[in-house]
Design a protein around this ligand. Structure first.
Ligand SMILES: [Fe+2]
Ligand SMILES: [Fe+2]
Length: 140
């Protein structure tokens, strides 16, 4: 979804909610595998977790940067500073996903994955609040 639909708070917010809820469920599933010492299953879930973050939140971020953010800044140059900050949040999430991939490649499934997943969920939640309350609030 891009363009006009991402400008609508309701539609945009439900994309965030759906992705974040799934991310939280996958985090719980991964945590359970670790706790139960199920190494093989933890690796499989980690692959799904990474695929989830890439195909949902990072794809969404990319389409915002290519569409929504540019359009809003064209309409109102005052939003440029906010858009730079929101893009930095996207970059942080991209780098955390890269770190998860490195752990996966090295077969290092441990509490560092949990730390990264929790960080992603926290950064994404704050980021989503700012998109709704600061970026789109003035747009309704
Ligand atoms: Fe975003
Ligand atoms: Fe968004």
């Amino acid at each position: 979804m891009s363009g006009p639909s991402l400008k609508k708070q309701d539609a945009h917010s439900s994309i965030h909610e759906a992705a974040l809820n799934e991310a939280k469920e996958l985090r719980s599933l991964f945590y359970k595998c670790l706790k139960d010492g199920e190494k093989e299953k933890a690796l499989q879930v980690a692959e799904i977790v990474i695929e989830h973050w890439e195909s949902r939140t990072l794809k969404h971020a990319e389409s915002e940067e290519e569409g929504l953010y540019k359009e809003l800044v064209e309409e109102n140059a005052d939003l440029n500073h906010l858009v730079i900050k929101l893009t930095r949040d996207h970059d942080l999430m991209r780098r955390m996903v890269e770190q998860m991939k490195e752990l996966l490649i090295k077969n290092e499934m441990d509490e560092r994955m949990i730390a990264l997943l929790d960080s992603l969920i926290i950064v994404d939640s704050i980021h989503n609040e700012d998109e709704m309350n600061k970026l789109l609030a003035s747009n309704e």
